[in-house]
Write a protein that binds this ligand. Structure first.
Ligand code: FDA
Length: 393
């Protein structure tokens, strides 16, 4: 039998960070994970370079049914606190774009740092450990696991969401929440590529590999980054971002000339080169292959510019400024970076992440109904929520 002050289930970003914080306070901590390899998701993150935080992180970059829930944790442990820790470990990093900080070398640097923090704090990390049963006792919790029984005062659930099952994702955390009477908000894949209806896919798959600057909008939210046509559908940062706001059946609107007025440009070209074909004029702004494929697809005839009279040039520009696409669905948890929904934050203290109805039970990281935008925000949530729980467990 293993008796410790704190058991953390899940050795991902949030669990490891929380364990190190609690260990530093002199608490004995055991982290248990069922995966074969610790930190698989961290190693894969940011294309292997881990976008570990965002310089502009604030509560406004998160989706959560309670808009104010994230404020306390994000202010108790900020992106600048984590950046200082990264600097302490001499990990080289850079800003890629929009405040997104990536390791110069490898995501391994962040995982090694977390393991070293746990080690220094005396927190043990055990992999390939299945938790079979959890019971509440007067003193805390008893856990039956594939590696023996554990007793603890505080139990932290850091088992993440459902994205990427091959990296160890499971609904375990939601089941624990339900066992103890907490509500779980419906879950769905977020930060995920769109799949297309057959008639769109047939045409757009030919554009595979083409990336365009675009603003993607739905449900009063817009992201201005870029989109990428793939052989399966549509991806790229603007698509991943908007996927978290999209509901099945809805259309997404893309502005494919997001930083200017395409009509103005075409009108100028019409004045200076009236005999030039529309496709050639558009090729100044888009890859040729894209223009040739897309004009017949959106039903625009390819004629010399002088033949677009009246409102017709405005209509051409509008077709690019307001391209409406109804996705068929998303690629789902197989490729999603995050899971929307999760443990209802109404049941948790925003200051400590403790369940309001069960003393000593905590939920941190992605298992909760808190989902960040693309760009380092999800890791920042793992650090901030793990930190605040780590101060009190
Ligand atoms: P996380 O998923 O990291 O950890 C959960 C742990 O619990 C896992 O180790 C799992 O094995 C374990 N577990 C699950 N069920 C269990 C059970 N039944 N028993 C025991 N253990 C169990 N975010 C970001 O900010 N920047 C980025 O660059 C990226 N990049 C990125 C790439 C890819 C491919 C993905 C899939 C995701 C990202 N993300 C990201 C998102 C980010 O990785 C994610 O939000 C955090 O890892 C969440 O941290 P958690 O610790 O909450 O869960």
């Amino acid at each position: 039998m293993n008796k410790v002050d704190v058991v953390v289930i899940g050795a991902g970003a949030a669990g490891l960070f929380c364990a190190a914080q609690a260990g530093k306070r002199g608490r004995s901590v055991a982290v248990l994970d069922h995966a074969k390899r610790i930190g698989g998701k961290i190693l894969m993150s940011g294309g292997g370079r881990c976008n570990f935080t965002n310089m502009y992180a604030s509560h406004e970059n998160f989706l959560c049914d309670n808009k104010h829930f994230c404020k306390s944790a994000l202010s108790q442990y900020t992106q600048w606190d984590f950046i200082s820790l990264v600097a302490e470990y001499d990990i080289a990093y850079h800003e890629k774009t929009l405040g997104q900080l990536f390791c110069d070398d490898s995501a391994k640097d962040i995982l090694n740092m977390l393991m070293s923090e746990c080690d220094k704090a005396g927190a043990t990390v055990t992999n390939q450990c299945d938790v079979l049963q959890i019971d509440k006792t007067d003193a805390g919790f008893t856990l039956q696991t594939s590696k023996g029984e554990y007793q603890c005062e505080s139990l932290v659930i850091a088992t993440g969401g459902l994205s990427m099952p091959k990296l160890g994702a499971s609904p375990f955390g939601y089941k624990v929440a339900e066992q103890f009477g907490l509500t779980v908000k419906p879950t769905r894949a977020g930060l995920v590529p769109f799949t297309l209806h057959e008639q769109d896919k047939k045409v757009l798959a030919e554009l595979s590999g083409i990336s365009l600057d675009a603003s993607a909008s739905c449900n009063s939210t817009s992201f201005n980054e870029n989109i990428l046509f793939t052989h399966r559908g549509l991806s790229g940062p603007a698509v991943l971002q908007i996927s978290s706001f999209w509901e099945p059946g809805e259309a997404v609107e893309f502005d494919l000339y997001p930083n200017g007025d395409l009509y103005e440009q075409l009108h100028k070209a019409q004045q200076s080169q009236p005999d030039v074909l529309l496709s050639n004029a558009l090729a100044a702004f888009y890859p040729k292959r894209y223009v040739q494929t897309v004009l017949p697809y959106i039903g625009i005839e390819n004629k010399p510019l002088k033949q677009y009279q009246g409102k017709s040039l405005i209509e051409v520009a509008q077709a690019f400024h307001q391209w409406q696409l109804k996705p068929n669905g998303t690629e789902g948890y197989r490729t999603a970076e995050v899971t929307l929904g999760g443990v209802d934050t109404d049941f948790l203290s925003s200051k400590t992440m403790e369940a309001k109805n069960v003393k000593g039970l905590y939920f941190i990281g992605e298992v909760m109904d808190v989902t960040g935008w693309l760009g380092g925000y999800n890791f920042q949530w793992a650090w901030s929520s793990g930190f605040v729980a780590g101060q009190v467990v």
